[in-house]
Design a protein around this ligand. Sequence first.
Ligand code: PEP
Ligand code: MG
Length: 756
Amino acid sequence: MRDMAGGPRVLLKRLRELMAEPLEPQDRLDRIVHDIAQNMVAEVCSLYVLRADSVLELYATEGLNPGSVHLAQLRLGQGLVGTIAASARALNLPNAQEHPAFAYLPETGEEIYNSFLGVPVLRAGRTLGVLVVQNRTKRHYREDEVEALETTAMVIAEMIATGDLARLTRPGLELDLRRPVSFKGLSFNEGVGLGHVVLHEPRIVVTNLFNEDSDEEIGRLEKALSSLRLSIDDMLSRREVAFEGEHREVLEAYRMFANDRGWVRRLEEAVRNGLTAEAAVEKVQSDMRARMLHMTDPYLRERMSDFDDLANRLLRQLMGRSPDDIASALPKDAIIVARSMGAAELLDYPRDKLRGLVLEDGTVTSHVVIVARAMGIPVAGQMKGAVSMAENGDAIVVDGDEGSIHLRPQPDLEAAYAEKARFRARRQELYRELRKKPSRTKDGVDIDLMMNAGLAVDLPQLAEAGAGGIGLFRTELQFMVASTFPRAEAQERLYRDVLDAANGKPVTFRTIDIGGDKVLPYFKGAVHEENPALGWRAIRLTLDRPGLLRTQIRALLKAAGGRELRMMLPMVTELGEIAQAREIIDREVRHLSRFAHHLPTSLKLGAMLEVPSLLWQLDELMHAVDFVSVGSNDLFQFVMAADRGNTQLADRFDPLSVPFLRLLKQIADSGKRNHTPVTLCGELAGRPISAMALVGLGYRSISMSPASIGPVKAMLAELPLAELQAFLADNLAGPAANLPMRALLHTFADDRGIPL
Ligand code: PEP
Ligand code: MG
């Protein structure tokens, strides 16, 4: 191969003509490989396409035996072609037969060719095939020749992606592009969602591949690059808290990449070879993505993803696309697939079209996950690689129970999930019928089933789920989804809306519980803590920043004018904290009455029992407040010394164990003795088996996520409470042998037909 006949620009022009001609797909391919061979002065040019069964099939060739087309095959990883596909990297070999991976395919007659250049056919980081040129003479192909073949491969990728080649595929076989893939990650919220992929940051599909004038195109590229750099510099120079810490590191990495000479040079080269600026970005991005998929070092993978994001930004600059265009074209069964996402961004999607959320990052306690849970949509997280494998519009199943997703699922798998979803819907229907029925045990004891909430989106659930009221309103959620501190008026408005929606049913507002895992990016006072769960959070923080607490209390008092106001304090450790908070409340009450404000008709103050120190002053605690609410999520983590967010410890310790159940009973007993109502509002309340145990221990009011109310009510209806009390008394009173309490409770329920 001497100099390219006419160079890459001429070749691209030729390809453009071929793409426009009304040809049968096989004829078009044959002409394309012929023209590439001619242009690159190669004796052979062959195209292998990757099928869904991981086999690379020869689709067209110039120079090899034409009879071997659609017959010659290599497995992924087999031979030079298979190696290129598996590694997504080019191979440039002066003597191919000496390479250890060389596999001889006798049907092709390729033994007479020595030099070999093969490049992966990539689209959005996925390998769709391999394009090869070969020569008899032994030579090393030049850098610009490699570049030219890669550019050509991109055009072919477009042909594969648009389905042009699918018509050449034998029945029963599929191209890899449409291959079903499954990912296993973590469950962030239960439920099953079937629908179609909506990429939160959609990859822009470049359809305009060929440029008319390279110089003009380089100019466009330069302009987009400099405004990209400017926007990054601008973000970095804004000294906003949102851009501090990790976020800042990402931005610094962006800035470094945006100025990276290697990247810019490769972009320019692709444009000089005849691509549009957009297509050049797509090409370089594709190479990057492919490399990223093969990286094992998580740090480097992360940096590569940053690069990927950057390329997306650049594409948007070039094409002038806004995210609004995409939101308006949302399918009615959208499953949002994102690398990560802010809580407020999720709220921008219309709830009635959302069927699920898939995140590459995140944890159960991420704000976006909290919001998704409040919206009742299934969430699967830690799905590494999902974004690059998904295309807008792909069919997808989110299994929030298992923490897995299935992209482009096989029909039988999809049918199985559709059945599962229908089953859940029928069960929900059943629970809806229970809505108006009282929540009462089989032997006639009434139990208050309350719901947990925290955002305006939760409110319709109050009626839908048939809750007795709101047992825990997490006021910090309003703070967490905002980008600055919500103003007093906004707080008051939300509280008023909540009370209006509750329509006389009791609502317990918890004062802001920030700190720990609930971070406000805009809160300037926060310092780095070794142990945030044990740190400056909740009531500790608000007593130190009384302005925050005062504003909130005033908003609550005003919103509850003429009605009952129930407030509770999170993370109380000492009774003195309750006294301090009470002082602030009293002062606010005095202030408002001085200005003749309409005050609440009654004011009840409660404390959350989450910190073990209170366990040894239970009776005093009961006297200090109007009610106590056990926050079993935190109480359990502190009693067991087991971080509630640590997935490695998630199933290690069981709250349904003798010591924890005894402790919960002590609390309920103390409440009864002191005539102080005790309720429980942690996750424990929402599982029928643990709710059963709680009721057996003496709890008569529990608060849970709205979706749990139906199942818990159904459980209660079949529960002979007196029998359960006797059963628990027997098992908890004796010596604390390692009784498998959970299994015993299950047997108790199974024997009596109690649905769990
Ligand atoms: C708890 O700790 O059980 C609780 C209800 O509070 P949160 O989950 O908001 O910390
Ligand atoms: Mg808590």
